[in-house]
Every structure is written in structure tokens, then in C-alpha cells.
Design a protein around this ligand. Sequence first.
Ligand code: UFG
Length: 332
Amino acid sequence: MKKRTVLVTGGAGYIGSHTVLALQDRGWSVAVLDDLSSGHRSAVADGAAFYVGDISDSRLVLDILDRHKISAVVHFAGSLSVPESIEAPLKYYSNNTSKSRDLLAATLEGGVGTFIFSSTAATYGIPADSLVSERSIQQPINPYGWSKLMTERMLIDTAAVNPLTYGILRYFNVAGADPNGRIGQSTVGATHLIKVAVEAALGKRGHVKIFGADFPTVDGTGIRDYIHVSDLATAHVLALEHLIVSPGSPLILNCGYGHGYSVNEVLDTVDQVAGTKLSRVIAPRRPGDPPSLISDSSLLRSKLPWKPLYADLELIVSHALEWERSLTDRLS
Ligand code: UFG
């Protein structure tokens, strides 16, 4: 396989920056396009060409595609908080839907035929099945999920009539940090549970709120399938290589481990790994939160030679904690 350059949008963000490293580790060259609205310049790996700009700026995108002879686009740039999407739906339909449309149009115009899209388990809404497969009904319950689902549809419809192969990866709950400590999640004002909990473990927050203890789950708290960001990054590289080798076979894959943990179990693990006793405050359910989301990951494992290396909640938490400590050290 001829490894040319890949354009990674959102490559200065959390999952994007880990995927840039994974691509480089497998011998790919990378160009990053990021508007730095939430990403960080320092998260972009050395050796990657870096452009600050908007994915809907077609002229800029076409220029990058041409200048670097780009062979594939891996599209992460977007907004990713469920609660924020409820407060600001148009921001989500702009950043995740309409700007993706512009990026896709420029990708086609630039003659690039491989596109990987970062989608989400939030497209399933409240699943009827305890294990969610790619065939489960997609009925989002928040604007975030809808904004991503519309882009999925756009890709499928566009690929039907254009020389385009797509990969749609639906992430479950992404957490952890690069095991070698090179990067991690640096989001300011994060809302994601493991990030919030490790911040609290290091005294950056006074307590952790548990959003709902009355769900129909083992202990009443929400259940999610947490996947290590580096295993997810590897899934992208393998999906890319599959699409390049088999352009006629698009991929739609759930990305999770197939194991769910409740909020209380996550907090217990943080306590155990960090040696803390977090202050937990029961709060009302958060609008738009399903009780349980666990991936059926059999398709990911059968379609790609994906062998997760960090499918262990303690490991995920300890990498997240190490990264959080290093952030503290850098600021002090
Ligand atoms: N939670 C708390 N307290 C917090 C933060 C979260 O109790 O301070 C709970 C939530 O209510 C939920 C669970 O922890 O039950 C996980 O919440 P996150 O905010 O960490 O993540 P979400 O499940 O809301 O959303 C994430 C991603 C989405 C993705 C989804 C798929 O942001 O992109 O996982 O499961 F679609």
C-alpha cells in the first residue's frame, strides 16, 4: 500500500491528536487542519504540517489537498458535548453538519476518494438492546446525536453517486491518554466523567456530581462503555488502511469494548487508582442522557485486525490521571 499524506481535521483536539500519532507511528504523513477553538497547537505531533483554519473554508481545504497530495481525509473537527448541544443546537448543526457538508464537497472537488468520519453512539438514542450493534435503530435524543447522524446520511448518499469510500466510526465513551505521556485530554471546562473525576482526584474540583441515581441500572447510575483513546486511534488507522486497500467496501463500525461501567464503578476505580475518596453529590439526571450505552464491538473486531491493548478501566483511569498530573506540573 502506498502511504501518502492524510488530512486530519481537528488534529489538535483530543481524539484527533492521538490519531495523528497513531498514523505517524504506522508510517503515514499527516497534515492537520484545526481552528484551535478547543484544540491546542502543542497537541499536534512534530512532523505534521499544521494549518489553522476552518473546515468550511473550501479554498484552504483545496489548497491543502493539492499541496500535500492528500489521499484521505480523517474528519474529527466538531463539537462534542451532549449538554452543550441542548443549550446551543445551532452551534452543533453548524459545526457538525453544515461544515462537514462543505468539507465533503471540497474533498470531492479535490479528487480525494477516502473519508473517515468521527461519529458517535449518541446517534442511537435510547437503545432497545443491551448491546448496541450497527444495525440498531438510530433515534438520537439530543442535538449532538442528530447533528452527527445527518452527516452520516450525507456521506452514505454522497458515496452512492461519487467515487468515494467512507468509514463511519461510532465512538462510545472515549477516555484515557497516550500511554507514553505524549498527549492527553486538555479540554478546559470538560464535562466528561473520567476527566472530571481525575480533576477532582487532584483537587482541581471539590466534588463530582452524579447525574441521576434513579436509572434502571444495577446501582441506579448511568452505564457507559469506556474505550481507551489510543485503542480508538488505532481503529482509525486500520479503518483507513482497509478503505485504501478495498475502496469498494465502506465501513460503519461501533467503537467500544462491549463492557459497561456505571458512574459509581468509574468513581470507585478513580478512588482506587488515585488513592482518594472522592466527594460524590447526587444530582438530577442530565437532559439527553440515556441510561445505558454498551457497544456490540464484534464487527470492529471481525472487519479489522483490531486488537485493543488497553481494554481495562484501571488502565484508562491511570493514564488519564497521569496526564492530568502532567498538566498540573506544566501550569505550576
Ligand atoms: N456523568 C456524571 N457526572 C459528570 C459527568 C458525567 O454523572 O460530571 C455521567 C453522565 O450522566 C453519563 C456518564 O457519566 O451517565 C458519561 O457521561 P459523559 O459526559 O462522560 O459522556 P456522555 O455519555 O454524555 O457522552 C459521551 C461523548 C459522546 C458519545 C457518548 C457515547 O461525549 O460523544 O459518550 O456514549 F456519543
